[in-house]
Ligand binder design. Structure first.
Ligand code: ZN
Length: 296
């Protein structure tokens, strides 16, 4: 098993839940000269130097400044120092990974990407939840950016996480990998799909594999999970299951191709970034799944 940190995990900020519930302490945290705000470009790309995220001083907040405390979300405390992110002008509504963003993610150290993922998911959620899902009235941030409240019907809304299952089916020393047409040339990866209401993780894994490839799997086991902030806020739940047979019936609406890859070829692809297929990037849990399956 790999000791490597799963991408977008290992964040070290104290989420400081008590501060979210204490408006006076939160206001003091925003005025703290040591407080910092995450540097993000207008399209949401982080500034990365030496594998670390960039941070700036917080601009003046309050009457006459053009900004208010609701414009910032509290990411947490770094050794007691407050860390915030601006909720507007930080890439909200930008759903996909640009080449610049992918390069930044690849350069971030373990743990730093976890802070970015939390910030991005929060920003995206605020950007899409300006109006109450209950009554349609405009909502406003509360709890230091970890919720939105409706002044009309008093409903409180909290950031959502969408569970996604991602899995390898194994059969006779090989794993089943798929390819979507939009992916880079040669890329193959684990199959994946959204968990639906009324399903267990194991059932969703079996359904997705059967839908996309016709392969029936049993003995689903959990391996690891990962926050995935694209396009918004997913939780990738990585599993491995045992295929009952290896006949593939491709769903061409979902996949361009699906192949069985022997263990040695997976190991070679991971080691050489090529060979039988181009593996997923290191920050993707599909990569972790493959590494653990081959025993790296
Ligand atoms: Zn409402």
């Amino acid at each position: 098993m790999s000791g490597a940190v799963v991408g977008f995990t290992g964040g070290t900020l104290d989420r400081a839940d008590a501060l979210r519930h204490d408006p006076d302490a939160l206001a003091a945290a925003m005025r703290d000269p040591a407080a910092r705000m995450l540097d993000l470009s207008p399209d949401g790309t982080p500034a990365v130097a030496n594998g670390r995220l960039g941070w700036s001083a917080i601009p003046p907040i309050g009457p006459g400044t053009g900004s208010n405390s609701g414009d910032l979300a509290l990411l947490g405390l770094d050794d007691g120092t407050p860390r915030f992110v601006a909720l507007a002008g930080s890439g909200e509504g930008v759903p996909f990974r640009s080449p610049a963003l992918m390069a930044a993610l690849a350069a971030l150290r373990d743990g730093e990407a976890a802070i970015y993922a939390a910030a991005r998911s929060l920003i995206q959620w605020h950007g899409r939840n300006g109006f109450c899902a209950n009554c349609g009235h405009a909502t406003a941030p509360f709890r230091a950016g970890w919720g939105r409240a409706c002044p009309q019907c008093r409903a409180e809304h909290f950031p959502r996480v969408d569970p996604v299952v991602i899995m390898l089916a194994e059969h006779d020393g090989r794993v089943l990998l798929g390819r979507q047409p939009s992916w880079p040339a040669g890329r193959y990866s684990a199959l994946a799909g959204f968990l639906e209401p009324g399903e267990s993780i194991e059932e969703a894994v079996a359904r997705e594999v059967a839908e996309e490839t016709g392969v029936r799997i049993i003995d689903v086991r959990y391996v690891a999970s990962q926050p995935w902030p694209f396009p918004h806020a997913q939780l990738m739940i990585a599993c491995i299951g045992r295929a009952q047979d290896d006949a593939i019936t491709l769903d061409e609406h979902e996949l361009e191709d699906a192949i069985w890859v022997p263990r040695a070829d997976v190991a070679d692809a991971l080691a050489n970034e090529g060979g039988a297929f181009v593996p997923p990037p290191p920050y993707a849990i599909a990569r972790t799944l493959l590494e653990r399956w081959v025993g790296l």
